[in-house]
Ligand binder design. Structure first.
Ligand code: ADP
Length: 510
């Protein structure tokens, strides 16, 4: 805690008055000066990470053909955690061959019941190693341990459990039709929810009888490589799951490999467009889950304190590195001042810092590249004439950290309103009528998520049905469930993951 804040704490204690000490002079409450938490770091000393990781191909860890490695760093202290193999066309080719062999010889011939048993086992083993996985996810990606421990890892296990249940029930999933697997699936995932995105991809693919070659993001490869160890320990037949690590070029090798039958990609709209172009004219099936700029709409009759917490969760969960984040707040004019004041007060209570500290609410920005991008957008917002407000919390001296940020007085045409920032930055606009809210919400290239806050169920249905987004939350935000389909409209992508819908992209129906 800074000297200035310590001094004020003493002053407050002696005269009993609440003195504003924050650089934000418009704050009514000054939480930081009244209490300080002791650190509560999660300890990783019960497991060992390797210094170097190879590809996981055909059930074994194998060295990259060209012998090249990349490094993954901890974004909260910029220290190297481990090195991992950089995949080339040769590595991708041997992974696809291993996946094809496993598909032809074993996996496609197993009964659904037997496949289900393996997938249940993977789910249980994720649970068994959940503490280790949560710590590694937070070290590698910067997210608070509270989130990796309570959201990412339990949900990843839940997706495996859910799809394990479908493996022997495909006849019920597609009544009157025969569901056949596609073959080898190439899967490319991003760095914001590494193990969770792996589960969204691998669990339905295996349940439907496919084999996979998956590439984790170059910033966060570690939990996928621990998952590879889990596949070995589970006795999963060799080659059913193959993990090839590397950057964009490795991903492109998977997309363009002629013996891959389906591509599942989650990442930026820019790369999604490149992939869609590469796949045009081929018979590969694909699903793309891309960017977003979700509108979170608050009506005057919303429960205001609950809404404030929902807004915090919508934009500051996982540092805002969430494609379905509620990054545009639309507030009905009559409650705007009150709501914004409460939001600023609540932001002051957020603890930004060490991802492994159990008190931390907002962790580290995932990489230097993303950190620079967010700061560039903050400058763009200021230059566009918007009013900025940032929480006054202390930030650690090293690592990539960003204060929770609001932009007010923005226009619909501003770049910070239209473009995906992928950080803890919220723009706030007001509206008068429901039609205006819908019009503003839909005025974007994206269509992934949206939120509606109101006391009236009828309003939720009316507004919800008018917003062109794949997911609409009402009186909550950023809630995920394996039974629920997820995906986008417009430039947010094609296809659905999760639920019964998430099985469709992995089968051909006869
Ligand atoms: P972000 O911009 O958020 O890092 P990307 O879309 O660049 O997201 O990355 C998401 C995933 O896509 C990562 O695993 C990355 O390595 C991979 N990737 C990047 N470029 C390509 C490409 N041209 N083809 C296939 N995969 C790619």
């Amino acid at each position: 805690m800074s000297e200035q804040i310590k001094e004020t704490k003493t002053e407050s204690a002696t005269n009993g008055a609440q003195k504003p000490t924050s650089p934000n002079s418009d704050l009514k409450l000054d939480f930081a000066s009244f209490w300080e938490y002791s650190t509560a770091p999660e300890s990783g000393d019960f497991f060992d990470l390797k210094e170097s990781y190879d590809h996981f191909i055909g059930g074994k860890f194998v060295k990259p053909v060209k012998g090249r490695y990349m490094k993954t760093i901890n974004p909260s202290n910029e220290e190297v955690i481990a090195e991992f193999a950089e995949g080339t066309s040769e590595d991708v080719d041997s992974a696809v061959k291993a996946a094809r062999k496993a598909y032809d010889k074993e996996w496609s011939k197993l009964s659904g019941k037997e496949r289900g048993k393996y997938i249940y086992r993977l789910a249980r083993m994720i649970q068994g190693r959940s503490r280790e996985l949560a710590i590694v996810e937070s070290m590698d990606g910067g997210k608070p341990i509270r989130e990796s421990r309570d959201v990412d890892i339990p949900l990843a296990a839940a997706y495996f459990f859910y799809y394990a249940g479908w493996a022997d029930k495909l006849d019920y999933a597609f009544p009157g039709r025969e569901a056949k697997p596609l073959g080898v699936c190439g899967q490319i995932i991003p760095w914001n929810f590494p193990l969770l995105m792996l589960s969204w991809k691998i669990a339905p693919a295996l349940a439907a009888g496919n084999t996979v070659v998956l590439k984790p993001a170059e910033a966060t490869p570690l939990t996928a490589l621990i998952f590879a160890e889990i596949c070995q320990d589970a006795g999963l037949p060799d080659g059913v799951v193959n993990i090839v690590t590397g950057a964009g070029q490795t991903g492109a090798e998977i997309v363009n490999h002629p013996d891959v039958n389906k591509i599942a990609f989650t990442g930026s709209t820019k790369v999604g467009k490149i992939i869609q172009k590469s796949l045009a004219g081929t018979d590969k099936k694909f699903t793309l889950e891309l960017g977003g700029k979700g509108a979170n709409i608050v009506f005057e009759d919303a429960p205001i304190d609950q809404t404030v917490d929902g807004i915090i969760n919508a934009i500051f969960f996982n540092q805002g590195h969430v494609c379905c984040a509620g990054s545009r707040l639309l507030v009905q004019e009559g409650i705007a001042d009150r709501l914004i004041q409460k939001l600023k007060d609540r932001m002051e209570t957020l603890i930004v810092g060490d991802p492994l500290d159990k008190n931390t609410d907002v962790g580290a920005i995932n990489s230097k590249m993303q950190f620079d991008k967010i700061n560039e957008y903050i400058e763009i917002g200021k230059n566009e004439g918007a009013t900025i407000h940032q929480s006054s919390c202390n930030l650690p001296d090293s690592g990539f950290f960003c204060r929770p940020t609001l932009f007010m007085d923005v226009a619909q045409s501003n770049r910070i309103v239209q473009e995906e920032i992928f950080g803890p930055v919220l723009t706030i606009q007001t509206f008068r009528t429901p039609d205006e809210a819908v019009q503003k919400a839909n005025n974007t290239q994206y269509g992934l998520s949206g939120g509606v806050w109101t006391d009236k169920g009828s309003k939720i249905f009316k507004i919800g049905s008018q917003i062109r987004s794949g997911v609409i939350w009402s009186n909550t935000f950023n809630k995920f469930d394996p039974t629920s389909p997820f995906g986008g409209y417009k430039e947010s992508g094609v296809g659905r993951e999760g639920g019964l819908h998430g099985l469709y992209p992995y089968v051909k129906l006869k």
